[in-house]
Unconditional design. Structure first.
Length: 416
């Protein structure tokens, strides 16, 4: 690259140089903008990025409004809070989300979201580790791994970075990795229900995962951002599995659970029993990272989070989740009625659709061109996502119905 204007003497971080393209979701947005330039009057329906659309329950916003009003009074004003989160919220998360699982409030670290915690966990672990990810998986695990310096060069031919283990999780293996084929990663990123496939790992699968981590001495970073969408008896937390406290960290979020994608609130659980190879507790280092690299989540967001975890709040957020899951059902029915093989939509607000023999970016482009609907190409989640697209069930009901009709029309025409 040549220097057109004034160039500083600062070299570009070589890890940043390794990153491929843009981060997936801004890349999708770029395609949406190009499409709008071409068709300025198109009625675009966005079933792409997976952002929540429904208004927050009034009792949740009221609690934030009350808190904000208090900030303008001498009695209610609050400045910095504890870096680990307000005690009441840490306790509510432990009590409500991890009821009977023995998670202590001191093991819960409140944050500004799961994505930020994923990167802070990478900072905690450092560059000298080998990671494994589900393939396909949420792109933040791999991108943060590249940024921190754990990855080798990108291999164009296979669409993978060197030194990252891509554990294929497709329908042939019930969306679970063939662990006996995996090398011995130090860190395993595992997301359940998985984004993008929508698969919630079964208890038996998670027992195998915990066993594998124990035998290999690995740490699992378990992302349960969609656990509230589970409708069957799949575990909602890795800590439901005996022995997980010695091998796992759990990252989670209010984003999809309560529509807080813009408010920003999440948490990470680091059990006291999780130790490094020298016997030092990981929780002490994570505490240090939170104090140094973060300064506590917004106290306004935390007031809202606490309201979500009250009995009334839980009822209200559950009805939002049911709404999105009804959307998922409508999309699954529409796509399956055309004879397509459709996964997900049962334990997660994502529908994972197979287009055998097709490149997923081509399917994405054709759907956008012909129906003005944004989806996400499966290969954006790793080479294991090739031939698939992900359709998000987040959206207002009339858009979901309209999108289902447009997709049915396009795919019916293609078939006949
Ligand atoms: C699996 C998964 N983890 C984490 C996140 C990010 O969550 P947050 O909004 O809390 O940063 C997302 C967002 O889509 C996600 O799909």
């Amino acid at each position: 690259m040549s220097c057109a204007g004034h160039c500083t003497k600062v070299p570009r971080n070589s890890n940043m140089e390794k990153l491929q393209h843009g981060y997936l979701f801004p890349e999708i947005e770029r395609h949406e903008n190009m499409h709008l330039e071409k068709y300025p009057h198109a009625n675009i329906i966005d079933l792409g990025i997976g952002d929540t659309t429904e208004p927050l329950p009034t009792m949740v916003t009221s609690s934030m409004v009350d808190f904000v009003r208090g900030l303008s009074t001498s009695k209610g004003y609050k400045g910095y809070g504890p870096e680990q989160g307000e005690q009441a919220l840490r306790k509510a998360i432990a009590d409500v989300y991890y009821k009977d699982l023995g998670i202590k409030p001191t093991e819960v670290f409140v944050s500004d979201g799961a994505q930020c915690d994923i990167t802070r966990l990478q900072l905690l672990m450092g560059p000298n580790l080998k990671i494994a990810v589900q393939d396909p998986s949420f792109p933040a695990y791999i991108d943060s791994s590249v940024i921190i310096g754990q990855a080798g060069d990108f291999l164009d031919k296979v669409g993978k970075y060197k030194n990252i283990e891509y554990m294929k999780c497709g329908p042939q293996t019930n969306f679970f990795p063939e662990l006996h084929k995996a090398s011995r990663p130090e860190l395993i990123f595992f997301c359940s229900p998985n984004n993008p496939t929508g698969h919630a790992a079964t208890r038996k699968q998670l027992e195998q995962l915990v066993d594998f981590a124990k035998v290999n001495g690995s740490i699992i970073i378990y992302d349960s951002a969609y656990s509230a969408y589970i409708t069957d008896d799949s575990p909602k937390s890795i800590f439901e599995i005996p022995g997980a406290r010695e091998v796992a960290i759990e990252v989670s979020s209010f984003s999809k659970f309560a529509g807080f994608t813009g408010v920003r609130l999440g948490w990470t659980v680091v059990p006291e029993e999780l130790l490094y190879s020298n016997g030092f507790p990981v929780v002490h280092d994570f505490n240090r990272i939170m104090c140094t690299c973060f300064n506590g989540a917004s106290n306004i967001a935390q007031a809202g989070g606490l309201a979500c975890l009250s009995p009334e709040g839980l009822r209200a957020v559950k009805s939002l989740i049911n709404y999105y899951m009804e959307n998922a059902r409508i999309l699954v029915n529409a796509l399956a009625s055309l004879g397509l093989t459709v996964y997900g939509g049962k334990n997660a607000p994502y529908v994972w659709v197979h287009f055998p023999g097709s490149k997923s970016w081509n399917v994405f482009a054709e759907i956008l061109e012909k129906t003005h609907i944004i989806t996400v190409p499966g290969s954006g989640f790793g080479p294991g996502g090739e031939e698939y697209i992900r359709v998000s069930a987040f959206g207002q009901r009339d858009s979901i119905i309209e999108a289902s009709e447009r997709l049915k029309y396009l795919l019916y025409q293609q078939k006949n």
